[in-house]
Structure formats: structure tokens, C-alpha cells
Design a protein around this ligand. Structure first.
Ligand code: RBF
Length: 340
């Protein structure tokens, strides 16, 4: 009897050791993707999920994607529940509010590792994050917006110097990086341009976004940057009705409505997610670290080679964008020096 017990214990230990992985690598553990909202229509979340899956599939690691929904007050608890399951070697999530939530969850579950993409820079034991330079990203699209509203070649651009922006909600990165970056970008081209901002109050109400956008377009705005998740579709609908323009953020949105969505300022979150997860799988991810990724690092960009961009954007505007982008890539023009 005693021998049998020892034998069984040995088997259990062997199985546990094999399934827990070790510090040299995490190739046997599954990964959870926690979406703070819903996947569909939110570019940063879709890119996160795609990127994680690319690296996990290569290593034959299982990925479970959990949509947390729009009740932001519930995200912390949901993340804790995922961590408490103890089934995921890594929990990946994305948005600047999630850094603080992941740090709290990691304090309660010190064995759980978290990766926050598009985070705020706050890390702790068991939490790594990637921070994009959204000010550079917004600067580029603000620069482009100015060239659009000034344009005499674009049919939908009127005589008024007004550009718009519709956002899901306010948060520190929005107020400190994205809004100022957009404004600095447009005022670098022409300080007389007026910026009109509307706050939706959520990340899904396309009908309300359509109304807000229509109001702006009828007020003389001819181009709107939309950062509103699933509600972005409402801004596209309003632009089509008014013969005006939309600008996209995070992914390349020109294909969603060619000639209406004129351009995008992107972050390569899919690539960043795939690289980070591959690192984690190989046991090379340093926890407690924050990495800042911008234009110079190759993670913020302004794509100009897509067929819809080339077809609908006048060459003079494309040339001016190529020039400013080149200056930023080479480090000749840097917004970071503004930080002192
Ligand atoms: N962006 C989306 O596209 N969809 C969302 O549901 C969404 N929810 C967010 C919730 C919070 C609390 C915060 C701080 C940001 C959210 N964002 C969302 C914005 C996103 O993380 C990112 O900042 C912007 O897409 C700009 O890159």
C-alpha cells in the first residue's frame, strides 16, 4: 500500500513538473488575452489578439481570449479571477488603464505574470509593459489633418480651417499625449487652424458618434480623427453623408472606406505583441520592465504605400508627409526633446 502511494506521488510530481515549465522557458503554459472592452472594431485589441496568437501558435501554445466588456469597474475583478485560475502562465492585456489594474492583480497573485501592451509605464513585480509614443503618432496625423483642411485639390475640403476629433473618453494619455500631439502637428503646418473635440463617453455608440460627427461637419469641419473603438463606424457614416474625410488611429483604416478614410497613424501593436510573447515563451522576458516604442524604434508609423492612400491623397500632400516622416525617422525632428 505504502509503495503504491509513493509511486502515485512520484507520478503526480513528474506531471506537475512537466506542466509548470521552468524559468528557462514557458513553452508548456497557456496564455490568456484579456480584452478590456470587446475585440471587434477596436484596432489595438484586434492587433493584440492577432499578435499573441501568431507567436503562441508557432510554439503550439493554447490562447484563451476573454472579452471583459464595457463595465470598466469590473475589469480588476475579472483580471483577478483569471489570475486565480492559475492556468495561464501569462495574461496579456492592453490599454493605459490596465497597467495599474495588472499591478494590483499581481500583488494578490505573485506567481502570475502579466504583459500590458499600450500601457501607462507603471510596472511592478510580475508586470511588464510596452508604451507607445502616442504623441508622435498623433503629431503625424495632426500634420496630415492640417494639409487636408488647407487643401485646394481635395473636393471635400472647404475654405474653413477647422479640423475635428472624436474620442471615446478622456484619460491621462489622451489628454497629455494624443490631444496635444494632434494639435502641435496641425499647428506646425498652420497655427490658425481650429481644433474641435467631441467626447463620446463610451467606446461603442456608433449612432451617437454619427450625430457628433455630423454636427462637426455641418459646422465647417472637413476632416475628423476618430479614436472611439466600435463607434468609429458612425464617424465614417457621417463623413460619407457629408462628402468629407475621416482619419484613423492605431491600425491602417484606409481600406474600410476608401476615399473617406484618407490616412492612418499606426502603431505596430500586432508585431510588438508577437515579439513580446515570443520572448516570454523563450523565458527571455524581464518582468517589472517598461519599454517605450516610437517612430525611431519602428513601432509608430504613417503608411503611405497602400493603394487607397495613393489613389485618394494628392501627391503634394503625400510628398510633405514623406518629408516630415523622414525627418522624424532620422531623428532630425524629435518631439522627445520637448520633454526636456
Ligand atoms: N480603444 C478602443 O479602440 N476601444 C476601446 O474599447 C477602448 N477602451 C478604452 C478604455 C480605457 C479605460 C482607456 C484608458 C482606453 C481605451 N481605449 C479603447 C483607447 C486605446 O487604449 C488607445 O489609447 C487608443 O486606441 C489610442 O491608441
Amino acid at each position: 500500500m505504502r509503495n503504491r502511494f509513493l509511486f502515485l506521488t512520484a507520478i503526480v510530481i513528474t506531471v506537475l513538473a512537466a506542466s509548470c515549465g521552468d524559468r528557462d522557458g514557458n513553452a508548456t503554459q497557456s496564455i490568456a488575452v484579456f480584452v478590456p472592452g470587446v475585440l471587434e472594431g477596436s484596432p489595438t485589441y484586434e492587433m493584440m489578439d492577432q499578435g499573441v496568437r501568431v507567436s503562441a501558435e508557432k510554439a503550439e501554445i493554447e490562447v484563451k481570449t476573454v472579452e471583459g466588456g464595457f463595465d470598466q469597474a469590473s475589469w480588476e475583478n475579472q483580471l483577478m479571477v483569471l489570475a486565480s485560475e492559475g492556468r495561464y502562465g501569462l495574461i496579456v492585456t492592453s490599454n493605459p488603464a490596465m497597467s495599474e489594474i495588472a499591478v494590483k492583480a499581481a500583488e494578490s497573485y505573485p506567481d502570475q505574470e502579466f504583459l500590458v501592451l499600450d500601457g501607462s509605464g507603471l510596472t511592478g513585480n510580475g508586470v511588464s509593459d510596452l508604451v507607445y509614443d502616442h504623441r508622435e503618432q498623433a503629431f503625424l496625423i495632426g500634420y496630415f489633418a492640417a494639409l487636408v483642411t488647407e487643401s485646394e485639390d481635395l473636393e471635400g475640403a472647404n475654405d474653413q480651417l477647422k479640423v475635428g476629433m472624436i474620442i471615446g473618453q478622456e484619460y491621462p494619455q489622451m489628454n497629455r499625449e494624443i490631444l496635444p500631439g494632434y494639435e502641435i502637428g496641425m499647428h506646425t503646418v498652420n497655427p490658425d487652424i481650429k481644433m474641435e473635440v467631441r467626447i463620446l463617453g463610451n467606446w461603442y455608440d456608433a449612432e451617437k458618434a454619427r450625430e457628433l460627427a455630423s454636427g462637426l461637419y455641418q459646422d465647417g469641419v472637413d476632416v475628423i480623427l476618430t479614436i472611439a473603438g466600435g463607434a468609429n463606424q458612425g464617424v465614417i457614416a457621417a463623413a460619407k453623408e457629408n462628402g468629407t474625410y475621416v482619419l484613423w488611429f492605431d491600425s491602417d483604416g484606409t481600406g474600410f472606406a476608401p476615399g473617406t478614410v484618407l490616412a492612418s497613424a499606426v502603431i505596430h501593436q500586432d508585431r510588438a505583441a508577437a515579439e513580446a510573447v515570443e520572448q516570454w515563451i523563450n523565458g527571455d522576458m524581464e518582468m517589472g520592465q517598461s519599454n517605450r516604442l516610437g517612430i525611431v524604434e519602428g513601432y509608430v508609423d504613417f503608411p503611405m504605400d497602400g493603394k487607397d492612400f495613393r489613389k485618394h491623397v494628392p501627391e503634394s500632400i503625400a510628398d510633405q508627409m514623406a518629408e516630415v516622416l523622414e525627418r522624424m525617422k532620422s531623428g532630425n525632428l524629435s518631439l522627445r526633446t520637448l520633454d526636456g
